[in-house]
Design a protein around this ligand. Structure first.
Ligand SMILES: Cc1cc2nc3c(=O)[nH]c(=O)nc-3n(C[C@H](O)[C@H](O)[C@H](O)COP(=O)(O)OP(=O)(O)OC[C@H]3O[C@@H](n4cnc5c(N)ncnc54)[C@H](O)[C@@H]3O)c2cc1C
Length: 141
């Protein structure tokens, strides 16, 4: 049991994995040890200081831009035809939005509700129109 929480820190690690691949299938305990080893090897932590750890697998965390995604415009056009429907955020648009994009879509939705003549509902879809993953772009640069 931790005696003094003020002297502890929570560290979150994020690993990209696909369902069924080696990382995904690795048993929890082994994965946790692997992650602790990684942190120790880059001198972020001393292994002996780890008090507790947990692993959470999140399926379908990323919107997929393949297969029928090329037809997304058909879906968008249909949704835009539904009165009073404002599609915002990552899952609301099935788009690889980050936090900023997601908030922007919400801000645009509010503008559109308040001033529909000035801000068209369709324009909410103009935020983050790139169909590339930002991480892959960074890796290529
Ligand atoms: C692994 C990962 C790492 C990320 N890293 C970054 C990063 O470093 N920087 C960054 O800017 N962005 C990052 N993002 C993206 C960022 O998390 C999203 O862009 C942002 O959270 C999307 O906001 P949102 O409001 O659209 O959706 P969410 O934040 O997903 O909110 C949707 C909410 O709706 C709730 N919900 C769903 N269905 C229902 C229902 N039927 N009834 C009631 N509630 C429901 C969900 O529980 C959730 O709380 C990351 C995303 C992932 C998955």
């Amino acid at each position: 049991m931790v005696k003094d929480l003020e002297d502890t820190v929570w560290i979150g690690l994020e690993y990209f994995a696909n369902e069924g691949d080696e990382l995904w299938e690795m048993p929890d305990r082994r994965f946790i040890e692997f992650a602790i080893d990684e942190l120790a090897s880059i001198n972020v932590i001393d292994k002996a200081d780890v008090l507790d750890a947990t692993r959470i697998k999140v399926k379908k965390a990323y919107p997929a831009y393949f297969d029928s995604y090329k037809d997304i415009k058909v879906v968008q056009d249909h949704l835009c035809g539904v009165e009073n429907l404002y599609c915002v955020g990552r899952n609301g648009q099935h788009r690889y939005n980050n936090m900023d994009h997601s908030m922007l879509t919400a801000i645009d939705a509010v503008k559109s509700i308040l001033h529909p003549e000035e801000f068209k509902r369709e324009d909410i879809w103009k935020v983050n129109t790139e169909t590339e993953y930002h991480e892959s772009k960074k890796a290529e640069e």
